[in-house]
Design a protein around this ligand. Sequence first.
Ligand code: FAE
Length: 528
Amino acid sequence: MVALQTAAAAGLTRIGLQSAQAVEPAAVDSAPAIVVGSGYGGAVAALRLGQAGIRTVVLEMGRLWNTAGPDGKVFCATSAPDQRSMWFRGRTEAPLASFLWLDLVNRDITPYPGVLDRVHYDNMSVYVGRGVGGGSLVNGGMAVTPLPSYFAEQFPAVDAAEMYGTYFPRARAMLGVNTVDPAWFESTDWYRFTRTSRKAAGAAGLKTTFVPNVYDFGYMQREAAGTATRSALAGEVIYGNNQGKRSLDKTYLAAALGTGNVTLHTLEKVRDITRAADGGYLLTVDRIDTTGAVVETKQYGCASLFLGGGSLGTTELLVRARDTGTLPDLDASVGAGWGTNGNTMVARANHVWDTVGASQSTMPVMGIDDWANTDNPVFAEIAPLPIGFETWISLYLAITKNPQRARFTYDSASGTVKLGWSAAQSAVSVAMAKKLFDRINAANATIYRYDLFGSSSKVFADDFCYHPLGGCVLGKATDAYGRVKGYSRLYVTDGSLVPGSIGVNPFVTITALAERTMARVLAEDTAP
Ligand code: FAE
C-alpha cells in the first residue's frame, strides 16, 4: 500500500489519458488530485495536498478577486452595489430587502460573476459566496467553535477530544481568529448597537458572549482612529471587504499556492463527474466568460477527487452523479440531512433613548447565548444595520436548534437538483426565535420591526439562510473521515458533511473537520 503522498512523489498518480478517452474525448488536463471549489473545505484540502507534494488543480466557478474596478477598489460599496455585487443578476437581492417597506436597498446591475449568490429553491433561498475563497469573501467573519456537548451530539462518531485538542486550534490559527479588545468595545461608538442589544437581552435575564472573528481588530481600531482605509467601518461585508478581513485567499489559499504544487483555475464550473476505467475520476467542466457564456467545455482527469463545492455545490454534483448513473454506487443518503442551521433573522425597535448609533461596524462580535435552555435552544448574533443614520433598530441572526431536515433530489425532466424544504420547516425556526425575542420585547416593553423583510410586513425572515449545512453527512454518505461511500479516493471536505445544524456560525467547524479529513487521508490512503 502506497500512501497518497509517496505515490505522488513517485509520479504514480497520474491517470492514463487512454482511459480518459474511453469515456470522453480529449482530456485536456490531468493531475494527481483535483479540488472542486475554493471555500473552507476546498482551501484546506488544497493546502494540505500541496504541502504533501501532490500536484493539485483547484477548480472554482467564481473569479479571483484581486484586481481593482474603475473606482480603484476590488469590491463595490454595499450602499452602491454594481455588477461586482451579485452572481449574474439584473438586480441585487439583499437580505434586508426594504426599509419602511420601501425597496431602497436593491439596485439594477449588469449580469456579471459577482461575489454573492442567492440560490433559489422552493421555500428557501441560500446565500453563498462565489470566487476564490468562497463564503469567506462575503461572510461576517464570526469564527465560533461549537459547544463540545453539541458537537458530540451532532458527530457521535468523531473523537471530540482530538477535535478540540488538535483540529479546532489548528483551524483557528490558520484562519487568523482574533477577538475585539473589550475596553475598546465598551467605549467605541462603532459597537453601540451591540451594547444596546446586550442591555435589552440582560433585562430579560439572558446572557451574552463575545464572539471571535477573522477580521483584524487591530486594523479596525486604526480605521476608527482615521489612520487606515475604512472597510468594516465603511459598511463593507456581504459584497466583499476591501481591507481588514482575513479571507481564505489571504490565509489557506495563499499558503496553498505558496507550496508551488497547487494551480487555481477560475470561472470553471464542474458540471459532471464520472469514473475512469482505471479508477480515477473524469470531470466535465464549463469555462465561462464574464457574461456567463460557456466559452469552452473541458475535461479533467484525476486520481483523487476532493469535493469542496459547499453544501449546495457538492451535494448537487453527487446527487446528479448518482441519479444520472455516472456514479451509481453512491449511498442512498447522498442528498439527505440538509438544514439551515436554524437560521432566522429578526429585528426589534428600541425606545428612543436606546440608540444604536449611526456608526456601526459590519463585523458582529457578540451573541445572545441561550443554547443551554433545553426548552428552546437559541444562539442569536447581534447583527449590524450599518446604513449611516440612527435607526433604533436591533437586528439579529438567530441560530435555532431546528431539527427539521430536507433532501435534495434530481429532477430528470429539468435536469436540475431540487431541495425539498417546506415553509412549515422554516416555521419551526421562527417559533423558536419568536419565543426568545418575545421574552426580550416583554422585558423591555419593545416591539418587532415589520418593514425590513419585504412588502408583506414579515417580522421573521423565514425564506433565506446563510448557513446551508448537510447533504453528504459525515458517517452517512461518507465514512467517519469524509471518504465517500461506494468509491475510493473520492472525498467530501466541506459544509455538506455537517448534519444540518451546529448551533453556531459554521466555518470554524467546517475548517477543522477538513483538517481532520486531510490528516487522515494523507497518512492512510493509497493512490492507484
Ligand atoms: P463555500 O465557502 O460555500 O465554498 C464553496 C466554493 O465552491 C464556492 O467558492 C463556490 O463558488 C464553489 N463551487 C461550488 N460548486 C462548484 C462547481 N460545481 N464547480 C466549481 N466551483 C464550485 O463552502 N459562517 C461563519 O462561520 N461565520 C459568519 O460570520 C458567517 N457569515 C456569513 C454571511 C454570509 C452573507 C454568508 C453567505 C455566509 C456566512 N457564513 C458564516 C457561512 C459560511 O460562509 C459558510 O458556512 C462557508 O463558507 C461554507 O464553507 P464551504 O467550504 O462548505
